[in-house]
Design a protein around this ligand. Structure first.
Ligand code: SF4
Ligand code: SF4
Length: 127
């Protein structure tokens, strides 16, 4: 299992309607980060502030110049839905997450344990 290389695939795959924020997260943004709250509509993220329509890509995702890496513009205040990714080896395979190595595919249960350790600061362990 490699560390995240910021390939951006997960953000690109899920940010067009596949992510959600909790009521507490939305309340926090309303009070302290109104620029983020602008992209919430009917408790859904990430929505066009003018039309209220779902955006195709998260507004906070930026590709670094001359690199294949992406960064999150609200990293410290991103929703738990983003913070918790990746949760399972199965979803990583589907998403072609670049943390995966061939040995992880050969031993998925062990890979899940390794992933839980890597993600220990961000989410509870997934069994
Ligand atoms: S908020 Fe950040 S982590 Fe979440 S989809 Fe957008 S760029 Fe990715
Ligand atoms: S798909 Fe995997 S390697 Fe790529 S940014 Fe997301 S977590 Fe990192």
């Amino acid at each position: 299992m490699k560390n995240c290389n910021q390939c951006g695939k997960c953000c690109i795959r899920y940010s067009d309607g596949g992510l959600s924020a909790t009521r507490d997260e939305i309340n926090f943004w309303n009070e302290f980060r109104p620029e983020i709250a602008r992209y919430v509509h009917d408790e859904k993220i990430w929505m066009d502030p003018v039309t209220g329509d779902q955006l195709s890509v998260c507004p906070w995702l930026t590709q670094l110049p001359d690199q294949k890496k992406y960064i999150c513009g609200i990293y410290d205040d991103r929703p738990d839905d983003c913070r918790h990714y990746p949760v399972t080896i199965k979803e990583m395979i589907l998403d072609e997450c670049e943390m995966l190595e061939p040995k992880d595919l050969a031993r998925p249960k062990y890979a899940q344990k390794r992933l839980n350790i890597i993600m220990a600061d961000s989410r509870p362990a997934y069994e």
